[in-house]
Design a protein around this ligand. Structure first.
Ligand code: S3P
Length: 181
């Protein structure tokens, strides 16, 4: 008998805005037959507002508070059910030390989807729902600031590729039970 209450596999995708976390998580989860949880989606559901609305009406500090609260809920669900799951984090989630500490404490596996800044810029410039994408200079600055945090992840894959190729790289890490596709 074990007193270890950690979830068997809490696998979290991290990386900067535009690195493909949500799409990759969805594909990966469906190939594994695991549930997929999107932290940004949980935040918008909890707040009853879109992410740009939360930032505009309540400010970033409140967004970060809800983000930590929802992350704690996701971790608690994983501990309670002892079922594996794939979680796509927000680009700033693990930049909050208490979030990273919580994930570490519960044995979460962190996979960094690393993508060249030029690709991220290109992808994010086409989408208008990212309040932290203000202009190219601040985007580049935030990316540089966040890099040391992403480097703390357990694994890193190249997300310059199309999502199915990114999933292949993740499956090749050898951290999942064998899947037949
Ligand atoms: C953020 C990234 C966003 C979202 C919010 C803040 C960040 O998620 O959580 O706009 O701090 O980098 P994505 O990385 O999924 O765009």
């Amino acid at each position: 008998m074990t007193t270890d209450t950690r979830p068997r596999k809490l696998v979290c995708l991290t990386g900067f805005m535009g690195s493909g976390k949500s799409t990759t998580a969805r594909l990966l989860a469906s190939q594994l037959g695991w549930p997929n949880i999107d932290l940004d989606k949980r935040i918008t559901e909890a707040a009853g507002l879109s992410i740009p609305e939360i930032f505009a009406r309540k400010g970033e500090a409140e967004f970060r508070r809800i983000e930590s609260e929802q992350l704690a809920r996701i971790v608690a669900e994983a501990v309670e059910t002892q079922k594996p799951r794939i979680v796509s984090l927000g680009g700033g989630t693990i930049a909050q030390p208490q979030n990273l500490a919580l994930l570490r404490e519960h044995g979460a596996v962190l996979i960094w989807l690393r993508c060249p800044i030029e690709d991220l810029l290109h992808r994010c410039a086409q989408i208008t729902d990212r309040p932290l994408f203000r202009d190219e200079a601040s985007f580049r600055r935030l990316y540089e600031e966040r890099l040391p945090t992403y480097e703390l992840a357990d694994y890193c894959v190249d997300s310059h590729a199309e999502p199915p190729r990114v999933v292949e790289q993740i499956l090749a890490l050898g951290i999942f039970p064998k899947v037949t596709v």
